[in-house]
Design a protein around this ligand. Structure first.
Ligand SMILES: Nc1ncnc2c1ncn2[C@@H]1O[C@H](COP(=O)(O)OP(=O)(O)O)[C@@H](O)[C@H]1O
Ligand SMILES: [Mg+2]
Length: 249
């Protein structure tokens, strides 16, 4: 069960979103969204197709810039002007539905992809990289080995690798858009377990899913998107799938 304390909004939200608007030509994909995201919570996001969920996330990860509105991160006004700013300056990590992993490389290489030089210097110490990868994989309680080739892993195992990056680089906000859409049913439980582990490690998680029962299993609160706005934010207490469906339509 989700923790009770996390349903109480923290005094200082990790991220305060105010009146965010993003249009694509005549389409108001995000049409005035305000939301406080508490540090350490798992916030589920639901809504019909086209409700603006992915566009909203793209404004937090720097893939799109808002037309108007403001973001305050740890009490500081921020402009998330690029994915690099989101990731490296603010510690916001996006885990995509289509995982951006290099299938021909090993797990260790994927964990450090694009970060080798920063982490280990130009003459990258592969032994050290392998050791840190092994430590993170142990923390995630998985049988995956640093030397395994990512392309040979199952979809669920590849999720684990993507999530491992969030732990390695001390991201504070992990955003997942439909992470369980493309994987087998028994692996869904593994992904949900990882969400719990991220929370236990002090991360904040935004999780968009059409699998309402998944959200009921892990979320502290659930926000309902409707036509580019947030219609409702509900603490995950005493909710059933039917309540969520009712709130969505
Ligand atoms: N790059 C884009 N260009 C034009 N329209 C877009 C773009 N991205 C999203 N939209 C439109 O914005 C609206 C919200 O889409 P989206 O954020 O993907 O919704 P959701 O993730 O909730 O299904 C939809 O009408 C969609 O067609
Ligand atoms: Mg979407």
């Amino acid at each position: 069960m989700p923790g009770n304390s996390a349903t109480e909004p923290a005094a200082l939200p990790l991220l305060a979103v105010r009146d965010l608007v993003k249009t694509f030509g005549p389409v108001r994909a995000v049409n005035g969204v305000s939301l406080d995201i508490a540090a350490g919570e798992v916030l589920g996001i639901i809504g019909d197709n086209g409700a603006g969920k992915s566009t909203f996330l793209s404004l937090l990860t720097g893939f799109n810039r808002p037309d108007s509105g403001s973001l305050v991160y740890r009490g500081r006004p921020v402009r998330i002007s690029s994915p690099a700013v989101a990731r490296d300056v603010l510690g916001i990590e996006m885990i995509y539905q289509k995982l951006e992993l290099a299938p021909d490389l090993t797990v260790a290489e994927n964990l450090f992809l694009g970060e080798e030089v920063r982490s280990f210097g130009v003459f990258s110490a592969r032994g050290k990289m392998r050791d840190r990868a092994a430590a993170v994989l142990r923390e995630l309680n998985t049988k995956i080995q640093p030397e395994d080739i990512v392309g040979e892993l199952s979809g669920g195992e590849q999720q684990v690798v993507a999530i491992g990056r969030a732990l390695l680089f001390e991201r504070s906000l992990v955003i997942m858009d439909e992470p369980t859409a493309a994987i087998s049913v028994q692996k869904v439980a593994d992904v949900l377990d990882l969400v719990r582990r991220l929370r236990a490690a002090g991360k904040t998680v935004l999780l968009v899913s059409h699998r309402l029962e998944d959200l009921l299993a892990v979320a502290d609160r659930i926000a309902v998107f409707f036509h580019g706005t947030i219609r409702k934010v509900m603490p995950n207490q005493g909710l059933a799938v039917a309540d969520l469906v009712h709130a969505m339509f």
